[in-house]
Design a protein around this ligand. Structure first.
Ligand SMILES: *Cc1c(COP(=O)(O)O)cnc(C)c1O
Ligand SMILES: [Zn+2]
Length: 407
């Protein structure tokens, strides 16, 4: 529609739209979509959005699909931005909000990216889409491919939550389980894609998932009456959501819809897999692979992200930071969100709670600042995680009845 071209995020080489692309052929970094925003600004106003559909396609002119009938949608996006009063009070924050992405199709924010990626794949004629997935990306790809009648091929670590594997299979995706991490699955996709005729839709290895994720930034701005919060706390794996929001804010400013003020972007990672936190603290522009990555928050188990420098640039430009939290803390964070607000958060979303607590304690966030936490998915996909603790609790009670424990 209003796409000018694709541009390499690193070396700025330009590519023609209207053809399938993966990464930059010169430097191997992600490609980003560039729009003719001057032209769009002439006819699209903030008011014109008002009566539009309640999904990501309300921002139609700012998304890359050309033909209306190529849009593959299951109603993704336009999720609630909830004022978390009780949790805010217990943390000491008067303006705490939760963007609750668990309400998306397939219960995570991966739906946004996959809706746009699958729409573009349909428009550009790809027949078999492949991706590595530690859970939610696979579920979303499977669902959107089913809806579009396109083949989905998923390589998943064997320890992916069962709910994710089952929902992929039920939606008719071809699932292969592998020993190893998502990076190993990604390498396998790269190895097989040519011979299998797959188009690789791994995070940031095609230009359109990030376009879907950027709608997070549009929505927050629109839901806050075209202002931005002071702080955004984002659980970071591959970083598409953070990179996408940062791009969205830039586009909104070019449209003249917001000013130059930006939120401080806070990246949260699990202590067992924190490549971005480590690189941020070391002052590096790129993040080295995190060895022996391990965390129960499967969406955060990304030891090496291709968009690392884009995440780190956004954090630094915004004067944000990167923090890590332990698995115990992030599970407890999810429980706190459920108890205090009724939001059954994924462990990734739960990670934002101990992160903001840490930041408040060291004075990096002030009590009167407007803070948005992202609950990126639903806790319902991770039942084992929440169940195992209630089982563990029962154990001492049983042994208390045993002879050794009697007074
Ligand atoms: C994928 C995922 C993340 C991480 O998202 P990125 O865009 O890869 O940083 C966080 N939370 C959940 C629930 C996810 O599925
Ligand atoms: Zn390049």
């Amino acid at each position: 529609m209003h796409v000018k071209n694709l541009e390499c995020s690193f070396c700025h080489r330009e590519y023609e739209p209207g053809r399938l692309h993966n990464v930059c052929t010169e430097c191997g970094k992600p490609l980003l979509v560039r729009y003719d925003l001057k032209r769009i600004a002439k006819f699209l106003t903030r008011q014109s959005l008002f009566a539009r559909r309640s999904d990501i396609w309300r921002y139609r002119e700012l998304l890359p699909v050309r033909r209306e009938d190529n849009i593959v949608t299951l109603g993704e996006g336009w999720t609630p931005l909830l004022h978390a009063k009780t949790l805010g009070e217990s943390l000491g924050l008067s303006e705490l909000y939760v963007k609750d992405e668990s309400l998306n199709p397939t219960q995570s924010f991966k739906a946004r990216g996959m809706s746009v990626a699958v729409s573009m794949a349909k428009e550009l004629g790809a027949k078999k889409l492949a991706a590595p997935s530690a859970g939610n990306a696979g579920a979303a790809l499977a669902a959107y491919c089913a809806h579009a009648r396109i083949g989905a091929y998923l390589l998943m670590p064997r320890d992916t939550p069962r709910a994710n594997i089952i929902e992929c299979e039920v939606a008719g995706a071809h699932v292969r389980l592998m020993d190893g991490l998502i990076t190993d699955c990604g390498a396998e996709v790269a190895r097989l894609k040519e011979s299998e005729g797959w188009f690789d839709v791994s995070t940031l290895k095609e230009p359109y998932r990030v376009e879907g994720k950027k709608t997070l930034g549009f929505e927050i701005a629109e839901q806050l009456a075209w202002t931005l919060p002071d702080v955004i706390v984002y659980p970071t794996g591959g970083g598409t959501g953070l990179i996408g929001m940062w791009k969205a804010f830039d586009e909104l400013q070019q449209l003249g819809w917001i000013g130059e003020k930006r939120p401080r972007m806070i990246s949260v990672q699990a202590a067992g897999c924190a490549p971005i936190v480590r690189a941020f603290e070391a002052g590096d522009r790129f993040a080295e692979e995190f060895e022996n990555a391990a965390t129960v928050a499967s969406g955060l188990r990304v030891p090496k992200a291709i968009g690392d420098f884009l995440i780190l640039d956004a954090i630094r430009e915004s004067e944000g930071t990167a923090v890590s939290v332990t698995d115990e803390e992030l599970i407890e964070g999810a429980r706190e969100l459920a108890r205090s607000e009724g939001i059954f958060a994924s462990p990734e979303g739960g990670a934002c709670v101990p992160a903001i607590r840490q930041l408040l304690a060291r004075g990096a966030v002030k009590p009167d600042e407007k803070v948005v936490l992202f609950n990126t998915g639903s806790g319902i996909k991770y039942l084992d995680l929440f169940e195992s603790r209630s089982k563990a609790r029962k154990t001492p009670r049983k042994s208390a009845l045993g002879p050794a424990m009697r007074p």
